[in-house]
Design a protein around this ligand. Structure first.
Ligand code: KET
Length: 397
Protein backbone atom coordinates (compact mmCIF):
# COMPACT_ATOMS: atom_id res chain seq x y z
CA UNK A 1 0.00 0.00 0.00
CA UNK A 2 2.79 2.48 0.80
CA UNK A 3 5.23 1.28 -1.87
CA UNK A 4 5.19 4.62 -3.64
CA UNK A 5 5.68 6.73 -0.56
CA UNK A 6 9.11 8.31 -0.62
CA UNK A 7 11.28 8.55 2.49
CA UNK A 8 11.79 12.08 3.85
CA UNK A 9 15.48 12.32 4.71
CA UNK A 10 14.87 14.99 7.35
CA UNK A 11 15.51 18.68 7.64
CA UNK A 12 19.14 19.83 7.35
CA UNK A 13 18.84 22.00 10.48
CA UNK A 14 16.70 19.81 12.74
CA UNK A 15 18.54 16.57 11.83
CA UNK A 16 21.73 18.05 13.28
CA UNK A 17 20.14 18.03 16.73
CA UNK A 18 19.56 14.26 16.48
CA UNK A 19 23.20 13.69 15.47
CA UNK A 20 24.45 15.96 18.24
CA UNK A 21 22.33 14.19 20.87
CA UNK A 22 23.88 10.77 20.18
CA UNK A 23 27.49 12.05 19.96
CA UNK A 24 29.34 10.63 23.02
CA UNK A 25 32.17 13.24 22.90
CA UNK A 26 31.99 15.27 26.17
CA UNK A 27 33.42 18.27 24.33
CA UNK A 28 30.60 18.34 21.74
CA UNK A 29 29.10 21.75 20.86
CA UNK A 30 25.74 22.35 19.24
CA UNK A 31 25.86 25.40 16.94
CA UNK A 32 23.22 24.10 14.55
CA UNK A 33 19.62 24.96 15.31
CA UNK A 34 18.70 28.59 16.02
CA UNK A 35 18.11 28.27 19.74
CA UNK A 36 19.44 30.57 22.48
CA UNK A 37 21.34 28.85 25.29
CA UNK A 38 22.61 30.73 28.33
CA UNK A 39 26.25 30.85 29.42
CA UNK A 40 25.79 27.55 31.27
CA UNK A 41 24.59 25.96 28.05
CA UNK A 42 20.98 25.70 29.27
CA UNK A 43 17.80 26.68 27.52
CA UNK A 44 16.61 29.53 29.75
CA UNK A 45 13.15 29.94 31.22
CA UNK A 46 12.76 33.71 31.42
CA UNK A 47 11.91 35.24 34.81
CA UNK A 48 8.92 37.06 33.30
CA UNK A 49 7.60 33.71 32.09
CA UNK A 50 8.19 32.04 35.47
CA UNK A 51 6.15 34.79 37.16
CA UNK A 52 3.23 34.27 34.79
CA UNK A 53 3.47 30.48 35.16
CA UNK A 54 3.05 30.88 38.94
CA UNK A 55 0.03 33.16 38.46
CA UNK A 56 -1.54 30.77 35.97
CA UNK A 57 -0.96 27.79 38.26
CA UNK A 58 -2.89 29.61 41.03
CA UNK A 59 -5.75 30.53 38.71
CA UNK A 60 -6.24 26.90 37.69
CA UNK A 61 -8.08 27.84 34.49
CA UNK A 62 -10.00 25.11 32.64
CA UNK A 63 -8.58 23.89 29.32
CA UNK A 64 -11.15 25.52 27.07
CA UNK A 65 -10.61 25.92 23.34
CA UNK A 66 -9.23 29.28 22.28
CA UNK A 67 -11.00 31.19 19.53
CA UNK A 68 -9.74 30.32 16.01
CA UNK A 69 -7.63 33.49 15.97
CA UNK A 70 -6.30 33.21 19.55
CA UNK A 71 -6.77 35.42 22.63
CA UNK A 72 -7.83 39.01 21.87
CA UNK A 73 -5.36 40.44 24.43
CA UNK A 74 -2.55 38.44 22.85
CA UNK A 75 -3.39 39.64 19.34
CA UNK A 76 -3.53 43.26 20.49
CA UNK A 77 -0.20 42.90 22.28
CA UNK A 78 1.38 41.55 19.08
CA UNK A 79 0.17 44.59 17.14
CA UNK A 80 1.50 46.92 19.85
CA UNK A 81 4.85 45.20 19.75
CA UNK A 82 5.12 45.45 15.97
CA UNK A 83 4.06 49.08 15.61
CA UNK A 84 3.80 50.68 19.04
CA UNK A 85 0.29 51.11 20.54
CA UNK A 86 -0.08 54.69 19.26
CA UNK A 87 0.59 53.90 15.61
CA UNK A 88 -2.14 54.87 13.19
CA UNK A 89 -2.56 51.33 11.76
CA UNK A 90 -3.12 49.95 15.25
CA UNK A 91 -5.49 52.75 16.27
CA UNK A 92 -7.55 52.50 13.07
CA UNK A 93 -7.94 48.74 13.14
CA UNK A 94 -6.23 48.26 9.78
CA UNK A 95 -4.39 45.12 10.89
CA UNK A 96 -5.81 41.63 10.75
CA UNK A 97 -3.91 39.62 13.38
CA UNK A 98 -4.38 35.94 14.15
CA UNK A 99 -2.41 33.82 16.62
CA UNK A 100 -0.37 31.09 14.96
CA UNK A 101 1.75 28.06 15.72
CA UNK A 102 5.02 29.97 15.78
CA UNK A 103 6.27 31.98 12.90
CA UNK A 104 6.30 28.76 10.84
CA UNK A 105 2.54 28.48 11.31
CA UNK A 106 2.07 32.15 10.43
CA UNK A 107 4.06 31.68 7.25
CA UNK A 108 2.00 28.63 6.30
CA UNK A 109 -1.34 30.35 6.95
CA UNK A 110 -0.10 33.42 5.05
CA UNK A 111 1.10 31.24 2.16
CA UNK A 112 -2.29 29.56 1.99
CA UNK A 113 -4.05 32.92 1.90
CA UNK A 114 -1.71 34.18 -0.82
CA UNK A 115 -2.17 31.09 -2.95
CA UNK A 116 -5.94 31.26 -2.57
CA UNK A 117 -6.46 34.99 -3.17
CA UNK A 118 -3.40 35.92 -5.28
CA UNK A 119 -2.88 32.73 -7.28
CA UNK A 120 -0.68 34.47 -9.86
CA UNK A 121 1.73 35.84 -7.27
CA UNK A 122 5.25 34.42 -7.25
CA UNK A 123 7.12 34.44 -3.96
CA UNK A 124 10.68 35.79 -3.98
CA UNK A 125 13.04 34.82 -1.16
CA UNK A 126 16.56 36.05 -0.47
CA UNK A 127 19.48 33.99 -1.74
CA UNK A 128 20.15 32.41 0.69
CA UNK A 129 17.26 32.21 3.15
CA UNK A 130 15.98 29.94 5.93
CA UNK A 131 15.42 26.69 3.99
CA UNK A 132 11.97 26.21 5.42
CA UNK A 133 10.74 29.43 3.78
CA UNK A 134 10.99 27.67 0.44
CA UNK A 135 9.38 24.46 1.74
CA UNK A 136 6.51 26.28 3.41
CA UNK A 137 5.55 28.36 0.36
CA UNK A 138 6.04 25.46 -2.06
CA UNK A 139 3.97 23.34 0.31
CA UNK A 140 1.14 25.84 -0.25
CA UNK A 141 1.62 25.45 -4.03
CA UNK A 142 3.21 28.87 -4.47
CA UNK A 143 6.00 29.33 -7.02
CA UNK A 144 9.17 30.30 -5.16
CA UNK A 145 12.10 32.14 -6.75
CA UNK A 146 15.19 33.86 -5.34
CA UNK A 147 16.39 37.44 -5.26
CA UNK A 148 20.09 38.34 -4.96
CA UNK A 149 21.13 39.10 -1.40
CA UNK A 150 24.38 37.82 0.11
CA UNK A 151 27.79 38.59 -1.32
CA UNK A 152 30.34 36.03 -0.09
CA UNK A 153 33.21 38.22 -1.31
CA UNK A 154 32.36 41.14 0.94
CA UNK A 155 30.27 39.31 3.56
CA UNK A 156 27.72 42.03 2.79
CA UNK A 157 24.59 42.55 0.71
CA UNK A 158 24.61 42.81 -3.09
CA UNK A 159 22.55 45.94 -2.69
CA UNK A 160 22.78 47.27 -6.26
CA UNK A 161 21.99 43.90 -7.79
CA UNK A 162 19.11 43.48 -5.36
CA UNK A 163 17.60 46.87 -6.26
CA UNK A 164 17.95 46.25 -10.00
CA UNK A 165 16.33 42.86 -9.56
CA UNK A 166 13.35 44.29 -7.69
CA UNK A 167 12.90 46.98 -10.32
CA UNK A 168 12.15 44.41 -13.01
CA UNK A 169 9.61 42.34 -11.05
CA UNK A 170 5.94 42.28 -11.99
CA UNK A 171 3.42 44.03 -9.75
CA UNK A 172 1.64 41.80 -7.25
CA UNK A 173 4.58 39.48 -6.55
CA UNK A 174 5.52 38.72 -2.95
CA UNK A 175 8.93 39.65 -1.53
CA UNK A 176 9.84 37.72 1.58
CA UNK A 177 12.05 39.87 3.82
CA UNK A 178 13.80 39.38 7.17
CA UNK A 179 13.26 42.71 9.05
CA UNK A 180 16.21 41.91 11.37
CA UNK A 181 18.78 39.21 12.09
CA UNK A 182 18.78 37.71 8.61
CA UNK A 183 18.81 33.93 8.69
CA UNK A 184 21.28 32.43 7.73
CA UNK A 185 23.74 35.27 7.02
CA UNK A 186 23.34 37.65 9.99
CA UNK A 187 23.61 40.55 7.52
CA UNK A 188 20.81 43.14 7.59
CA UNK A 189 20.30 46.17 5.34
CA UNK A 190 21.07 49.55 6.93
CA UNK A 191 18.11 51.86 7.53
CA UNK A 192 18.88 53.81 4.36
CA UNK A 193 19.15 50.56 2.38
CA UNK A 194 15.77 49.55 3.81
CA UNK A 195 14.36 52.91 2.68
CA UNK A 196 15.59 52.25 -0.86
CA UNK A 197 14.40 48.63 -0.97
CA UNK A 198 10.95 49.49 0.37
CA UNK A 199 10.58 52.50 -1.93
CA UNK A 200 11.19 50.24 -4.93
CA UNK A 201 8.76 47.67 -3.54
CA UNK A 202 6.17 50.45 -3.27
CA UNK A 203 6.87 51.80 -6.78
CA UNK A 204 6.74 48.34 -8.36
CA UNK A 205 3.56 47.49 -6.42
CA UNK A 206 5.15 44.42 -4.86
CA UNK A 207 3.87 42.91 -1.62
CA UNK A 208 6.30 42.49 1.30
CA UNK A 209 6.01 39.49 3.58
CA UNK A 210 8.16 40.18 6.63
CA UNK A 211 9.21 37.18 8.67
CA UNK A 212 10.05 38.60 12.08
CA UNK A 213 11.37 35.67 14.13
CA UNK A 214 14.10 37.56 16.05
CA UNK A 215 12.61 40.83 17.30
CA UNK A 216 14.86 42.23 20.03
CA UNK A 217 17.89 40.11 19.21
CA UNK A 218 19.33 42.54 16.64
CA UNK A 219 19.42 46.09 18.01
CA UNK A 220 16.43 46.32 20.37
CA UNK A 221 12.69 45.66 20.22
CA UNK A 222 11.89 48.98 18.52
CA UNK A 223 14.87 49.40 16.19
CA UNK A 224 14.40 45.86 14.91
CA UNK A 225 10.89 46.78 13.72
CA UNK A 226 12.25 49.60 11.54
CA UNK A 227 11.58 47.95 8.17
CA UNK A 228 8.06 46.93 9.14
CA UNK A 229 7.11 50.42 10.33
CA UNK A 230 8.79 52.04 7.35
CA UNK A 231 6.88 49.81 4.91
CA UNK A 232 3.59 50.79 6.53
CA UNK A 233 4.56 54.48 6.63
CA UNK A 234 5.15 54.27 2.88
CA UNK A 235 1.56 53.08 2.52
CA UNK A 236 2.37 49.46 1.73
CA UNK A 237 0.18 46.52 2.67
CA UNK A 238 2.34 44.03 4.51
CA UNK A 239 2.15 40.45 5.73
CA UNK A 240 4.06 39.94 8.99
CA UNK A 241 4.81 36.67 10.74
CA UNK A 242 6.22 37.02 14.25
CA UNK A 243 7.33 34.60 16.90
CA UNK A 244 8.05 34.27 20.61
CA UNK A 245 10.12 31.11 20.19
CA UNK A 246 13.44 32.91 20.43
CA UNK A 247 12.84 36.22 22.19
CA UNK A 248 10.72 34.70 24.99
CA UNK A 249 12.41 31.28 24.87
CA UNK A 250 9.03 29.59 24.30
CA UNK A 251 10.10 27.30 21.44
CA UNK A 252 7.92 24.30 22.16
CA UNK A 253 4.86 26.35 23.05
CA UNK A 254 4.62 27.34 19.36
CA UNK A 255 3.51 30.95 19.88
CA UNK A 256 3.47 33.38 16.99
CA UNK A 257 1.09 35.51 14.97
CA UNK A 258 0.26 36.50 11.43
CA UNK A 259 -0.64 40.15 10.88
CA UNK A 260 -1.84 41.57 7.60
CA UNK A 261 -1.82 45.35 7.29
CA UNK A 262 -4.70 46.37 5.03
CA UNK A 263 -5.65 49.68 3.37
CA UNK A 264 -8.83 50.05 5.44
CA UNK A 265 -10.36 48.64 8.62
CA UNK A 266 -13.19 47.12 6.55
CA UNK A 267 -10.75 45.18 4.40
CA UNK A 268 -8.87 44.09 7.54
CA UNK A 269 -12.14 42.59 8.89
CA UNK A 270 -12.64 40.58 5.71
CA UNK A 271 -9.02 39.41 5.57
CA UNK A 272 -9.25 38.48 9.25
CA UNK A 273 -12.33 36.35 8.58
CA UNK A 274 -10.53 34.45 5.80
CA UNK A 275 -7.49 33.84 7.98
CA UNK A 276 -9.81 32.34 10.58
CA UNK A 277 -11.35 30.10 7.92
CA UNK A 278 -7.89 28.84 6.90
CA UNK A 279 -7.05 28.14 10.54
CA UNK A 280 -10.36 26.33 11.09
CA UNK A 281 -9.60 24.03 8.20
CA UNK A 282 -5.96 23.48 9.16
CA UNK A 283 -6.08 22.91 12.91
CA UNK A 284 -9.17 24.74 14.22
CA UNK A 285 -7.55 26.90 16.90
CA UNK A 286 -4.13 27.54 18.46
CA UNK A 287 -2.95 25.98 21.70
CA UNK A 288 -3.76 27.88 24.87
CA UNK A 289 -0.82 27.99 27.16
CA UNK A 290 1.63 30.03 25.08
CA UNK A 291 -1.06 32.57 24.21
CA UNK A 292 -1.77 33.05 27.93
CA UNK A 293 1.88 33.41 28.86
CA UNK A 294 2.65 36.03 26.20
CA UNK A 295 -0.64 37.87 26.80
CA UNK A 296 0.23 38.22 30.50
CA UNK A 297 3.85 39.26 29.96
CA UNK A 298 3.19 41.84 27.27
CA UNK A 299 0.10 43.38 28.84
CA UNK A 300 1.64 43.89 32.29
CA UNK A 301 4.01 46.89 32.33
CA UNK A 302 6.31 45.42 35.02
CA UNK A 303 6.57 42.07 33.30
CA UNK A 304 7.08 43.78 29.95
CA UNK A 305 10.03 45.71 31.41
CA UNK A 306 11.41 42.52 32.89
CA UNK A 307 11.10 40.82 29.49
CA UNK A 308 12.84 43.68 27.72
CA UNK A 309 15.70 43.41 30.20
CA UNK A 310 15.98 39.68 29.61
CA UNK A 311 15.95 40.10 25.82
CA UNK A 312 18.75 42.66 26.22
CA UNK A 313 20.77 40.19 28.26
CA UNK A 314 20.41 37.53 25.56
CA UNK A 315 21.39 39.99 22.83
CA UNK A 316 24.40 41.29 24.78
CA UNK A 317 25.63 37.79 25.53
CA UNK A 318 25.52 36.85 21.85
CA UNK A 319 27.44 40.03 21.01
CA UNK A 320 30.10 39.26 23.58
CA UNK A 321 30.53 35.80 22.04
CA UNK A 322 30.91 37.36 18.58
CA UNK A 323 33.68 39.65 19.83
CA UNK A 324 35.53 36.88 21.62
CA UNK A 325 35.33 34.49 18.67
CA UNK A 326 36.57 37.23 16.39
CA UNK A 327 39.49 38.05 18.70
CA UNK A 328 40.69 34.47 19.07
CA UNK A 329 40.45 33.75 15.33
CA UNK A 330 42.07 37.03 14.37
CA UNK A 331 45.03 36.34 16.66
CA UNK A 332 45.38 32.78 15.39
CA UNK A 333 45.10 33.67 11.68
CA UNK A 334 46.11 37.36 11.37
CA UNK A 335 46.28 37.31 7.57
CA UNK A 336 42.52 36.68 7.28
CA UNK A 337 39.86 39.29 8.03
CA UNK A 338 37.30 38.05 10.57
CA UNK A 339 35.62 41.40 11.18
CA UNK A 340 32.39 40.09 9.64
CA UNK A 341 31.73 38.12 12.84
CA UNK A 342 31.22 41.35 14.76
CA UNK A 343 29.26 43.09 11.98
CA UNK A 344 26.67 40.33 11.66
CA UNK A 345 23.67 40.55 13.96
CA UNK A 346 21.28 38.19 15.69
CA UNK A 347 21.76 34.53 16.37
CA UNK A 348 23.54 33.52 13.21
CA UNK A 349 26.83 33.90 11.49
CA UNK A 350 27.73 32.77 8.02
CA UNK A 351 31.25 31.64 8.81
CA UNK A 352 32.50 31.23 5.26
CA UNK A 353 33.71 27.69 6.00
CA UNK A 354 33.54 25.22 3.10
CA UNK A 355 31.27 22.15 3.39
CA UNK A 356 34.43 20.06 3.86
CA UNK A 357 35.57 22.27 6.74
CA UNK A 358 32.11 22.09 8.33
CA UNK A 359 32.22 18.28 8.00
CA UNK A 360 35.70 18.17 9.58
CA UNK A 361 34.52 20.25 12.53
CA UNK A 362 31.79 17.70 13.06
CA UNK A 363 33.78 14.51 12.58
CA UNK A 364 37.04 15.54 14.31
CA UNK A 365 35.85 18.03 16.92
CA UNK A 366 32.14 17.23 17.47
CA UNK A 367 31.22 20.82 16.64
CA UNK A 368 27.91 20.93 14.83
CA UNK A 369 26.94 23.71 12.42
CA UNK A 370 24.71 23.77 9.34
CA UNK A 371 26.34 22.55 6.11
CA UNK A 372 25.99 25.97 4.46
CA UNK A 373 28.47 27.18 7.17
CA UNK A 374 25.80 28.84 9.31
CA UNK A 375 26.68 28.83 12.94
CA UNK A 376 24.38 29.66 15.85
CA UNK A 377 26.36 32.11 17.98
CA UNK A 378 23.93 31.59 20.87
CA UNK A 379 25.33 28.07 21.35
CA UNK A 380 28.70 29.55 22.33
CA UNK A 381 29.57 30.20 25.97
CA UNK A 382 32.63 31.05 28.03
CA UNK A 383 33.34 27.33 28.57
CA UNK A 384 33.26 26.20 24.92
CA UNK A 385 34.24 29.29 22.92
CA UNK A 386 37.99 28.80 23.04
CA UNK A 387 37.63 25.16 22.01
CA UNK A 388 35.38 26.21 19.10
CA UNK A 389 37.66 29.06 18.01
CA UNK A 390 40.78 26.87 18.15
CA UNK A 391 39.05 24.06 16.25
CA UNK A 392 37.86 26.51 13.62
CA UNK A 393 41.36 27.91 13.28
CA UNK A 394 42.61 24.35 12.87
CA UNK A 395 40.27 23.54 9.96
CA UNK A 396 40.82 26.96 8.37
CA UNK A 397 44.62 26.52 8.23
N1 KET B 1 11.53 32.25 10.48
C1 KET B 1 12.86 32.25 10.56
C2 KET B 1 13.63 33.23 9.76
C3 KET B 1 13.48 31.32 11.39
O1 KET B 1 14.79 31.35 11.47
C4 KET B 1 12.72 30.38 12.11
C5 KET B 1 13.36 29.35 12.92
C6 KET B 1 11.34 30.46 12.02
C7 KET B 1 10.77 31.39 11.18
C8 KET B 1 10.44 29.55 12.78
O2 KET B 1 10.23 29.95 14.07
P1 KET B 1 9.02 29.37 14.95
O3 KET B 1 8.34 30.57 15.46
O4 KET B 1 9.62 28.57 16.04
O5 KET B 1 8.15 28.56 14.06
N2 KET B 1 14.56 29.02 12.74
C9 KET B 1 15.38 28.06 13.50
C10 KET B 1 14.68 26.80 13.88
C11 KET B 1 14.13 26.01 12.73
O6 KET B 1 14.79 25.78 11.73
O7 KET B 1 12.95 25.60 12.88
C12 KET B 1 16.66 27.82 12.72
O8 KET B 1 16.84 28.39 11.63
O9 KET B 1 17.52 27.08 13.22
Amino acid sequence: MFQNVKYYPGDPILSLVDKYNVDPNPKKVNLGVGVYYDNEGHLPILECVKTVEKQLAKQNLPYSYLPMDGLAGYRQACQNLLFGPEHEVVQCGRIATVASLGSSGALRVGAEFIHQWFPQAEVYVSNPTWGNHISIFEGANCTVKKYPYYDPETHGIKIDELKEFLLQLKAGNIILLHPCCHNPTGIDPTTSEWDDILTIIKERELIPFMDFAYQGLGEDLTADAYAIRKAVDLGLCVFISNSFSKNMSLYGERVGALSVVCPTADEAKIVHSQLKFIIRRFYSSPSRHGNYIVDNVLNNPDLFRQWEKEVTEMRDRIRAMRIRLHNVLQTRIPERDFSYFTKQRGMFSFTGLSPQQVARLQSEFSIYMVENSRMCMAGLNTSNIDYVAQSMAEVLK
